[in-house]
Ligand binder design. Structure first.
Ligand SMILES: Nc1nc2c(ncn2[C@@H]2O[C@H](COP(=O)(O)OP(=O)(O)OP(=O)(O)O)[C@@H](O)[C@H]2O)c(=O)[nH]1
Ligand SMILES: [Mg+2]
Length: 367
């Protein structure tokens, strides 16, 4: 019986999702960056309507509703492993070894990662043995605390200075890089920052167009070249434009897939080098975007990208789409790279600064 529902909530092992819009094309040999190449900028939008009212961006949520929205959007995780955990604990008078075993299995199935879960339960079992933990409710509280602790990876906040502050966004195809960039740009703009986007995903025409469309919607300029051109060249022009225009934050969008993975990493290294040539200490932030619905796969992706370019922060998207929100814990524990933002939906404000306490409260909340 237990095994049956555990399978039901866990679902099949998450495979990498192929985005429908992406057609594989031959990768062209990367050229050396061209100084003063014909950088094009998307025209200033003539449409001055409220960007949040545009298609795909529903009206804003009042500030007070932020926690409520987080809780709602994490509904799948709460309804998934958290509810199953509560069903296990409900009605039990004491903590017996079977309960601990079943809970442990549940957390592994919720993508929390075998090593992470083992570490948690080693501590819990020791506390039970010493009679520090006596009843299932106290166990639930302790588990919540432990998860919150694991999520608190020591980190400094993003400073967004010096300016232009360069953010390089990387990750495999379809994880939500471009959408995240739009949400982040929107957020920074709301804070009064002058933002510039660079369309360095020149792999397919649709990618440049997608970023341009977002740029128009949120009224943020986009530096682009034509599709198929050298991503490093457009990056070079983007950084140059950012310096010239006194931009506060410049965000570089990159391709998620080229001909082979090796080439993608080489390309990213090259983009990063081009940025540092213009601004020595840049990119100031290298954000890897990971899709929560791909489960443990996300960890191997993060490792792969980290080896190639020094990742400084993680964005975990599509947390609204998984019953196995435990992946957050696994990533924080195993990567030891701060989770900067989480994507919890398709609205503009659904990119949240990651707050471990708030996150744990939201998934463990009643109702
Ligand atoms: N539900 C949900 N969907 C999201 C979230 N973030 C991104 N998406 C969706 O994921 C899909 C892919 O997003 P993109 O931003 O195009 O992904 P990408 O990484 O830029 O993809 P490539 O350019 O192909 O490498 C889109 O349909 C987005 O709307 C999120 O937090 N929640
Ligand atoms: Mg993209």
């Amino acid at each position: 019986m237990f095994k049956k529902w555990i399978k039901k909530i866990a679902g099949p092992e998450g495979e990498l999702k192929e985005p429908s819009s992406q057609e594989p094309v031959e990768q062209t040999e990367a050229e050396e960056p061209v100084i003063n190449s014909s950088a094009q900028e998307s025209p200033e939008p003539s449409d001055q309507s409220d960007p949040v009212q545009e298609k795909g961006m529903k009206a804003g949520t009042p500030r007070l509703g932020l926690f409520k929205r987080l809780k709602e959007q994490m509904g799948k995780t709460r309804g998934g492993f958290v509810r199953q955990m509560d069903q296990l604990l409900l009605g039990r008078q004491e903590i017996d070894p079977e309960l601990l075993d079943e809970l442990e299995e549940l957390l592994v199935m919720a993508d929390m990662g075998v090593t992470t879960v083992q570490d948690i339960f080693e501590k819990l079992r020791a506390e039970v043995k010493k009679k520090e933990l006596q009843d299932p409710l106290a166990l639930r509280e302790r588990l919540k605390e432990q998860i919150a602790d694991l999520l608190k990876v020591p980190s400094t906040q993003i400073t967004w200075t010096p300016n232009p502050f360069v953010v390089l966004v990387i990750g495999v195809n379809g994880v939500g890089k471009t959408t995240t960039i739009a949400k982040l740009a929107y957020r920074l703009k709301q804070e009064g920052k002058n933002v510039l986007l660079v369309a360095a995903d020149t792999f397919r025409a649709a990618a440049v167009e997608q970023l341009e469309t977002w740029g128009k919607r949120i009224h943020v300029p986009v530096i682009k070249h034509s599709a198929g051109s050298d991503p490093s060249a457009v990056t070079f022009d983007g950084i140059e434009a950012a310096i010239k225009r006194d931009v506060d934050v410049v965000i570089v969008d990159t391709a998620g897939r080229l001909h082979t993975k090796v080439n993608l990493m080489e390309e990213l290294k090259k983009i990063s080098r081009v940025i540092s040539k213009k601004i020595k200490e840049a990119p100031h932030e290298v954000l890897i975007v990971l899709d929560a619905t791909t489960g443990q796969n996300a960890i191997s992706q993060a490792n792969l990208f980290s080896e190639a370019v020094g990742v400084t922060g993680i964005v975990l998207t599509k947390l609204d789409g998984t019953a196995k929100g435990g992946i957050v814990v696994s990533i924080a524990d195993q990567m030891q790279i701060p989770i900067r933002f989480i994507g919890i939906g398709e609205k503009m404000e659904d990119l949240r600064q990651f707050d471990p306490e708030e996150f744990v409260e939201a998934i463990f909340a009643e109702g």
